[in-house]
Every structure is written in structure tokens, then in C-alpha cells.
Design a protein around this ligand. Structure first.
Ligand code: MOS
Length: 696
């Protein structure tokens, strides 16, 4: 099925096509789109966590010279659909979480809009709020499905019986913290309604998918797709937080409708992002492992508790990866959700897999220690022949090879003994596995045209820093059998054919498949010497779809941790990952994805932590002064390697998607290394010195 057997452009480390424009500052992002006479919107946010707005005194704001419009729940337009309550901005006086949008001011300058918004006096009928997640709440519920359409619970065999009769068991609870996406570019939108009143809206929005973004806006405002254009050539990072629009996009469109013909700009402040741009739910994971003396697992069970908001269900599928990772005859996974008075959780790099590989990969390390078996060997002994969850054969699975090559490159065999001391530092190494499903979305179309001696492909894809601008021409060139320098790919605009979201590491797989179909049709129709204006379309649905295999990318991550024996300070001088992620289309952009994911995993392990204040009902450290994202000084030697993996089943490119797997497993590897160094087992992220000091 692969028709790119002899790639010429694929596999080359071509430089980013958008690199020069970004470095020179000529790449325009949503907020800085040059428009005539922009106005600026600033949101008003609820300052109670639950209740009703009883009054908003907007007189001062309205009296300020230069204020153009003030929007409140009582004056705002009625939306066509309020079904998605995250998007139903200003449609009722109800407050469902602190920081919720309850108004906006539009003014001639952003400073004035902010000043005016701050001058609005809001009166509330406050109700007591409930924002604390715990595993023993009596209102936990089982959602109909968990995210990505997975079953909520699965069960096979008898875990309890296996636990009762096993030689060795591990039964522990692990937790991951709440985390907030902090892409460099904040969430921002420039919105413009047609002054002619024909109901046409243009949005320059920072988004991971112009078409899904448009679909959501059309639904909320009751518009036809032709009435809305979304443009987004560049994104300054998203990590999932721009994978769906959030309420501010609807507020920007609403604010602009108050001033038809004038573009309105709205950028969330960094602090507002902690309320309005989604976040990774904290997770509580109860793990059970049962094994014989040789380390063969007889049971794997995970029971997950996560949170969502009262207004919208987001059920993170953290129990899903444990279903397929290792062989064991008795298995169970469950998900329970608490609906709280909190902001709406959303996607954050590898939702499901990232938190969901933490508990299992630490538990496995605990089991290895209990048994006195090397943790790599323990994983190898439990390698499943087929997918334990579905019974399907793997499209390709090279976890063992990743573990072995990683061990070799890292120097695992010579690793220091447990609690090795080097001066004042305790030194330890750890390992964990990574996994991410190989996905392809259902809808994407590419247009391919010959124009002025060049091959021009158009598809509404997104490049959020991942490399789509660069790798899509590589795929197109090889599929056409032409030089990559003769190919242009245009993305990031709903004027181009429909494209799926840049999410679930599915972008290259999906858009690339559509481009290959288009290229095949183009070759068949026009041969090798096309004429100006020759054009075809290719649809991802026409690409062969394999349903008979379980398709995943795998990886192994190795960590060296050093813990100061007196202060508990933690340093990670070395991170090394080996991945088997199918064919790598561009080593330069791929390495950047892997290294970025691993660094974000280090950040999750040691630094990031949205500290929840249940009294007030908000993240206490809601800015970058207090929410620490790993910076250069925190990062040592990070190496990403990959196997030359050929998978004939996944798609024409043989690519598996690489945006997310790099963050999966890193935190577990850090915990395992810190344990080896100190003897202290940290089961609750992040790993901070207060958790180590009592045991040193
Ligand atoms: Mo990714 S969190 O699926 O955008």
C-alpha cells in the first residue's frame, strides 16, 4: 500500500519553510494581523466560583471617552445554540466557575478597554462552591464514554482472584497534578463582521484547526459555513489548548458584531489563560499489579478518577494506555468523574496517555524492585504478542528494540548502584516506556494545481510550530515524483479545502494521506508534463484504511537524576529517548517534537503544578512568575533517537505521528530515577524536595 517506496524528499532534514519569516518577525499571528482601525476587547470575569450575577454597574465604563461597546449578560445578543455551555457566553446570569466570562468592553485602545472593564462593579448572589477532587467523593459518576470515544470501563478475567493468589503484588495510588498549557503565543482572535450587513464574519484566530474552529463558531452563531472565514497561517504553540476554540473566541465574535465593519482584537492575558484556555485535569490512579516470581504479570488494573466542570463534560481517558501496554490475563480499567465548580478541562499534549502512563510505569518499577528484576527485563517479559485490548495484531511494535537501543546509548548496564553517592549528590537512573496511538482523522481534502511552473497544494491544515509548512511539501513532492523545491503547500485558511484538527498527533498522517491521494490522481490525469491550471482534489477517505491492526508508536525514556543529599534539590542532567514512530518525514522538525515533548515531560515531573485553592476556587499560582515551566537552566542533555521503522499498514507515508509521544513516560522515568538515587518513592507529582527531604 505504500507508494512512496523510494522517497527523495521524505527523510531529509530540510529547514523550516516558515523559519525565516518567524525569525524576522514578518510572520503574522492572529492578534497582530494588520487591519484598518482596530478596536480592542477586554473581558470581564466572574470573581465568585458559583452563583448569579445580580447587577453590573457599567456607567463608569460607558462614560469613558473611547469606549465603544459594553457587553453584559443582559445586553448581549442571544446565540443560536447554547448547547455547548462553555461557548454560551453572556447567555445567562449564572456563574459556574471563578473567572468565567460575564462581560466585555470594546474600546479604541487595549489599555482603555482594560481600564473600563476593571471599572465595572458586579454584584453577585453567591453560592457555596465545591471544587475539590478526591477519590472518595460520593458523587463520582461513570461517563457514557471517555475521550476519543473509548469505553469507560473494561474488564477481563478476575483481577481480585489473581491478586489473592500471586507471588508478588503492587497496590498503590498515584496522582498527577493539574497542569495548564502555556504556549508562547497567548490565545487571541481578531474578528471582523462585514459592514454591509450580509452576515459575513472573518476570524484571524490562533487555532490548531481553522475548519473545526469555523464549525464551532457557525454552530454557536447559527451561521452557514460560507458566512465565516477563519485564517491562521502561524500558531505560537498550542499543545491542545487551541485544538478546540474556547469561550473567548465566541466573545470576540460577539464583540465585533457590536461594531460591524470594525475589526476587534482580543488576546487573553497570561492570567486569564489559567481560567479560560482549558487545562489538564488532575488524575488519581489506583493501580494493581500481580506477578509471579519471574515477573510475569497475571493482573493489571487501573481505576482512574478525574474532574470536569459542571457545564461541560471532559472525561480524560487516563486508564486507556494500561489496556494495551503489557500482557496479562486478568485486566480491569475504570474511569470515574467528578463534576465540579471549576473551569472546563481540555486537551493538553497526549491527553489520556501522558497522565495515564504515569501510574502504570511507576508501578512497574516498584514491581521490578520487589522482584529484584531489571526494569527493562521486566517489561520485555511482559511484551504482548497481540494487542491485549482488542486481540488485533500490531501494525508494528518495537518497544523492546527501543528499550534495548536506549539502554545501549544511555549506558544502562554500567549504571551506578542504588543510592550511589557522588560527593553531596545522590545519583540514580530510571526508565519508563512511552506509547501513543497512531491516528488518522476522517475528513481532509487537498487540492493540487499546476500554476506558473509550480505544483501548488492547498489544504486547511495547521502548523503550530510542528513543521507542517515544511513536511507537507516533502510528502507532496515524493507522491508526485517531483523536486520538493517545485512544490508549494498553502495551509491555515478555510478558503482551502477542509482539513482536520492538528490534534492527536494525526496531522501529518491525515493531511499527508489526502495529499498522496491528490498526487496520485494528478499523475494519473496529467502524467509527468502538466499544463498551467491542471487541477485535482484528493480526499483522505479515498486512502486505504487499515482496520485489522492495532497501530501505535512506542518509545523508551531514560533519565539520570541527581538529588542533593542535604537540600533535596533535584537536577536531571540527562534525558534520553528512543522512539519507534514509523517513518520520520523530516529529522529536523521531528527531533524538535521529541525533544520538546520530553522537556515538557521533565517540566511536568519537576516543576509545573497548578496549585488549586479550594477556598477561593481557583489556581493560586495563575501566572508565569509562580507557575514554573522548565527553562533552559533546568534542562541538561536531552537526546532523542529513533528506529528506522517501516510500517506498511498505517498510511502511505508509513508515519505514525510524533507530536505527543515525547511527553509520555518522561515523568515516570524521572520518578524511577529519583527513587533509585534516594530510596524515596514519590507517587504524587510533581517531584519536589519537600517530598524527598524526610527520606534522605
Ligand atoms: Mo494534542 S493535546 O491532541 O493537540
Amino acid at each position: 500500500m505504500t507508494d512512496l517506496l523510494e522517497p527523495r524528499a521524505i527523510g531529509r532534514d530540510l529547514v523550516r519553510r516558515d523559519g525565516v519569516a518567524k525569525v524576522r518577525g514578518t510572520a503574522t499571528y492572529a492578534y497582530e494581523t494588520p487591519v484598518e482601525r482596530p478596536a480592542y476587547a477586554h473581558p470581564v470575569q466572574a470573581t465568585v466560583a458559583r452563583g448569579r450575577v445580580t447587577a453590573m454597574d457599567t456607567a463608569t465604563a460607558e462614560g469613558l471617552d473611547g469606549v465603544l461597546a459594553v457587553l453584559t449578560p443582559s445586553t448581549a445578543e442571544r446565540l443560536a445554540s447554547t448547547e455547548d455551555r462553555e461557548f454560551a457566553v453572556l447567555q445567562s446570569d449564572e456563574v459556574a466557575f471563578r473567572g468565567q466570562l460575564i462581560g466585555a468592553v470594546v474600546a479604541e485602545t487595549s489599555e482603555l478597554a482594560r481600564q473600563a472593564a476593571d471599572s465595572i462593579r458586579v454584584t453577585y448572589a453567591e453560592q457555596s462552591h465545591d471544587t475539590e477532587l478526591s477519590a472518595d467523593r460520593d458523587d463520582l459518576y461513570a461517563p457514557g464514554k471517555v475521550n476519543a470515544g473509548h469505553e469507560t470501563d473494561t474488564s477481563e478475567g478476575d483481577v481480585a482472584a489473581a491478586m489473592a493468589s500471586a507471588d508478588v503484588t503492587i497496590e498503590q495510588t498515584y496522582t498527577t497534578a493539574m497542569y495548564h498549557n502555556n504556549p508562547l503565543e497567548p490565545h487571541s482572535t481578531t474578528a471582523l463582521w462585514d459592514p454591509a450587513g450580509d452576515g459575513h464574519l472573518t476570524l484571524w484566530d490562533s487555532t490548531q484547526g481553522v475548519h473545526p474552529d469555523r464549525a464551532a463558531v457557525c454552530e454557536v452563531f447559527g451561521l452557514a459555513q460560507e458566512q465565516v472565514r477563519v485564517i491562521c497561517p502561524y500558531v505560537g504553540g498550542g499543545f491542545g489548548s487551541k485544538g478546540t476554540p474556547h469561550a473567548h473566541v465566541m466573545l470576540a465574535a460577539m464583540a465585533a458584531r457590536a461594531l460591524p465593519g470594525r475589526p476587534v482584537k482580543l488576546a487573553l492575558t497570561r492570567q486569564q489563560m489559567f481560567f479560560l484556555a482549558g487545562y489538564r485535569t488532575p488524575t488519581i490512579q489506583r493501580m494493581q499489579l500481580a506477578a509471579d516470581r519471574d515477573g510475569r504479570l497475571s493482573a493489571v488494573a487501573i481505576d482512574v478518577v478525574v474532574q470536569t466542570s459542571r457545564i461541560k463534560e471532559f472525561a480524560e481517558q487516563a486508564g486507556v494506555p494500561a489496556r494495551m501496554m503489557y500482557a496479562a490475563p486478568n485486566r480491569r480499567s475504570t474511569h470515574r468523574v467528578a463534576a465540579l465548580d471549576v473551569p472546563v478541562p481540555s486537551w493538553m499534549r497526549a491527553p489520556g496517555e501522558c497522565p495515564g502512563m504515569f501510574g502504570p510505569e511507576v508501578a512497574l518499577d516498584e514491581l521490578a524492585e520487589e522482584l529484584g528484576i531489571d526494569p527493562i527485563e521486566l517489561r520485555i517479559r511482559n511484551e504482548p504478542e497481540v494487542d491485549p485490548d482488542t486481540g488485533k495484531p500490531w501494525s508494528s511494535r518495537h518497544l523492546v528494540e527501543c528499550l534495548r537501543e536506549g539502554a545501549e546509548r544511555f549506558g544502562w548496564a554500567d549504571r551506578p548502584p542504588a543510592r550511589h553517592r557522588d560527593g553531596n549528590w545522590l545519583v540514580g537512573t530510571g526508565v519508563a516506556a512511552s506509547v501513543y496511538p497512531t491516528m488518522r482523522q476522517a475528513r481532509s481534502t487537498a487540492n493540487l494545481r499546476y500554476e506558473d511552473g509550480r505544483y501548488v497544494a492547498e489544504i486547511g491544515a495547521a502548523d503550530l510550530g510542528t513543521g507542517a509548512w515544511t513536511v507537507l511539501p516533502q510528502i507532496t513532492a515524493d507522491a508526485l515524483g517531483v523536486d520538493v523545491a517545485d512544490v508549494d503547500v498553502r495551509i491555515g485558511d478555510t478558503e482551502y479545502p477542509i482539513a482536520s484538527v492538528a490534534g492527536g498527533s494525526s496531522g501529518t498522517n491525515t493531511w499527508g494521506s489526502a495529499l498522496v491521494v491528490a498526487a496520485r490522481a494528478f499523475r494519473e490525469k496529467f502524467g509527468g508534463s502538466p499544463s498551467d491550471g491542471d487541477e485535482v482534489a484528493g480526499d483522505v477517505d479515498q486512502a486505504a484504511q487499515d482496520e485489522d491492526h492495532a497501530a501505535y508508536a512506542f518509545g523508551a525514556q531514560f533519565v539520570e537524576a541527581r538529588v542533593h543529599a542535604d537540600t533535596g534539590e533535584i537536577r536531571v542532567p540527562r534525558l534520553l529517548g528512543v522512539f519507534a514512530a514509523g517513518r520520520i518525514v523530516n529529522p529536523r522538525t521531528a527531533r524538535s517534537q521529541f525533544v520538546g515533548g520530553m522537556t515538557m515531560g521533565l517540566s511536568m515531573a519537576l516543576h509545573e503544578n497548578s496549585v488549586w485553592d479550594p477556598q477561593v476556587g481557583q489556581v493560586a499560582n495563575h501566572d508565569l512568575a509562580e507557575y514554573h515551566v522548565t527553562v533552559n537552566a533546568d534542562v541538561g542533555d536531552v537526546q532523542a533517537h529513533w528506529l528506522d521503522e517501516h510500517d506498511p499498514f498505517v498510511n502511505a507515508m508509513g508515519s505514525k505521528g510524533i507530536g505527543e509521544i515525547g511527553i509520555v513516560g518522561t515523568a515516570a522515568a524521572v520518578v524511577n530515577a529519583v527513587h533509585r538515587a534516594t530510596g524515596v518513592r514519590v507517587r504524587h507529582l510533581p517531584v519536589t524536595l519537600d517530598k524527598l527531604l524526610p527520606g534522605l
